[in-house]
Design a binder for this molecule. Structure first.
Ligand code: BGC
Length: 376
């Protein structure tokens, strides 16, 4: 054996087993956050091959194409499209032994557990966090400037504040491209419809819920709110819309709490530089989504895939990730004492909304939703 062959054999023996991970976390907060999972995974001696695709829709399209032509990635970030891939479980790595060994069933909140198993006995995805969607972000100095001392509790209060913000030279409501208009409508409907009616409308396309007074009111609020949005919104990314509030060019933004990752990266503090309030009319209600990863099977069981699944469910890794992401860890035994007021409130409202029946999620997260529209 030549020295060169020897060297080649030695280095291939030493090469770390890798996992190709496709995700859409490309904003500054998202990049910092996912970096925590990468760190924890590579510390185990594996390689994370990053495939970051800007924009959830672009990632979804690429994932679909890759799975369709038989070259699925080893791991993929997923949330509302979990259902499509859960339909054929034979394509997915089996996580059951790991889940049983690590006791996942006992640390996941019931609605997320149902989502992670999509109505079946086995895990189809590994959830990492809980994001709150019904959040209104307000620039604190802007609130002061218009003479208000608390966020709006109703849409009427918001519109009165928005008029003052406009008169003071600000864009009253920061908005992003179409996806976020759609997202905004969804959160407005959550604020104007009783939770049961909201679920019937968006999970089951129930006709009476779709024609209900709450839905009509959602359209009224939506139409009026759009009159406070500037003309450039249609090409704006969600993180650019967030920057408008961070910099005080806009008064408010309705966005899931992934927006907080951008405030964190900008060094801004809740209740000093900005406020995070429930969307008007939603008080303690919690509209959530949970980011998760699916693992595609490639013949034999992969130690690296299982190691990544284990890392994603690791308590400390979830905490480090969520502190930068704006979410809260999905594990109910996680320590949220180091989290800020926005996250603590989200965590408390997630638990209490679960008990009071006001908790809702993107329809794709619910295995019982009969007619799913991809809305969140
Ligand atoms: C995901 C978040 C992500 C956001 C913006 C949401 O669908 O749940 O993790 O930060 O999209 O990219």
């Amino acid at each position: 054996m030549t020295a060169a062959t020897c060297l080649a054999l030695a280095s291939s023996a030493l090469a770390a087993e890798s996992v190709e991970v496709i995700h859409w976390w490309t904003s500054s907060g998202e990049t910092a956050a996912v970096g925590k999972f990468k760190e924890a995974f590579t510390a185990k001696g594996f390689e994370w091959k990053d495939l970051a695709v800007g924009g959830a829709d672009n990632q979804r399209m690429l994932l679909k194409a890759r799975v369709g032509k038989g070259s699925s990635p080893d791991a993929a970030q997923i949330n509302s499209d979990v259902r499509a891939y859960a339909a054929d479980r034979s394509n997915l790595a089996n996580l059951d032994a790991l889940a049983a060994k690590e006791g996942w069933d006992s640390v996941l909140p019931a609605p997320v557990l149902r989502y992670a198993k999509m109505g079946g006995p086995s895990y189809v995805a590994v959830p990492v966090n809980v994001h709150r969607q019904n959040v209104m972000w307000i620039n604190a100095a802007a609130l002061k400037k218009i003479g208000a001392d608390a966020p709006p509790k109703t849409w009427e209060e918001f519109f009165a504040m928005a008029d003052k913000a406009r008169a003071a030279g600000m864009i009253p409501l920061a908005m992003g491209e179409d996806t976020w208009v759609n997202f905004f409508f969804y959160t407005v409907a959550y604020s104007t419809m009783p939770p049961d009616s909201f679920r019937k409308a968006f999970y089951d396309a129930d006709e009476s819920a779709l024609k209900s007074a709450g839905m009509l009111r959602a359209f009224e609020v939506f139409r009026k709110a759009r009159s406070y949005v500037d003309r450039s919104a249609s090409t704006r990314k969600w993180n650019e819309a967030t920057q408008m509030v961070i910099q005080g060019r806009a008064f408010a933004l309705v966005m899931g709490d992934w927006a907080k990752g951008e405030f964190v990266q900008a060094g801004k503090k809740p209740n000093e530089d900005y406020l995070c309030a429930p969307v008007p009319g939603t008080s303690n209600g919690h509209l959530f989504n949970s980011d998760a990863f699916m693992f595609f099977k490639h013949g034999k069981d992969s130690a690296a895939q299982l190691a990544l699944a284990q890392t994603l469910m690791n308590k400390e890794a979830q905490q480090a990730f969520s502190l930068l992401k704006g979410s809260v860890p999905v594990r109910t035994d996680a320590d949220v004492s180091k989290f800020d007021e926005c996250s603590k409130k989200s965590y408390a409202d997630f638990v209490s909304a679960g008990k009071s029946g006001t908790l809702a999620c993107g329809a794709q997260h619910d295995p019982d939703a009969s007619k799913v529209r991809r809305l969140a």
